[in-house]
Design a binder for this molecule. Sequence first.
Ligand SMILES: [Zn+2]
Length: 378
Amino acid sequence: LKQLKHLIQQSTQDMVIGDKLMELFEPTKFSTDLDYLQPFRLADHWQLDRRAVLESFVRGCQVGLFALHWQSHCPHCGNRAGQHSAISNIETTQQCSVCGHDYENYLDETVEVSFSVTPKYRKTGVFTPTVALFKPKTGPLFLTTSPEHSGQKVTGKDCLLLPLFREVFKDQTLSEHQSLNIRHITVLFTDIVGSTAIYHEFGDIPAFKAVQNHFDILRNAVEAHQGVIVKTIGDAVMAVFHDEADALLAALEALDGFPYNHPDQKFQLTIKLGIHSGSAIAVNLNDRIDYFGTTVNSAARIQGLAGGSELVFSEPVYIRWQETMKSGDWVNYVHQETVQLKGLLSPVTIYRMDVLAWRTHHGSLDSSLNHGNCQTVA
Ligand SMILES: [Zn+2]
């Protein structure tokens, strides 16, 4: 019991979450399917923060309390197929063994990540895996599963967009020829203005140091808004987010740190950013999960349209922008344009925001953002 308590402390620093997790290991207190633990469902039931509870489960896997499972839900009949330990076992398309329909897997719709209590820490004789999987039990706190709880699933996308998950489960990547659909993801690209000249003029070491610091500023802003940095390409950064509002807030928060003046250097770094959203596919590139498709290509090209200290975004992002930035005179600093993006047949509408001009008149960006509003507007 002492060891168990110690491992739970390693999984979460939050005492309340720790107490709740402890109950999972005392089946007389908490009666549920120990082979199918759903962190968001439990968080809602416990009235705790979903992300914090999910992070505790991920850390719990690291110390051996829990095991992680990937499974696919048939969109036609709701049947839950498989409990795979690796994302690489999820097929792009599959046939439901119950209703016979073929369906495509979507990381943000059909693919769920759940957890189980590992056999080592399970009290024997109370729950056996076969009974727990197929026969619902009764009890005051038993959580049954029904379609109305589908919004409480931790999806594959929820996990892939959790920095802690990417850190703990580095080995969770797709197989070489596997690709999985994502219905909706927001992509942010950033790049440094004139970095070649900076390296040339000020030398490799000072420039390198400044670029590393600039990565830190971007990483902090991205992770503060539920995003992850997928990769850096030279001095450019690609990050993904759950939705457009998160990406916008991260971009504006990042821009607050620029132009970046390194304390020891005589030069400053200026960045340019672009945001776009839509469907994508997740693939394996260099043993890491990466994202591809028209949305990603367009996001990169939209970023390419930005000048120094400019944020350029597409129509779906603008819709969320209007909801997020209700107050203030933002509209005076955002200009609509119609452009032809390479690789696309029809012209697209983009919005260009001159962040520096706005800040010259208003000061810090962050203090002007309507954070509360962003969370409540659906
Ligand atoms: Zn089915």
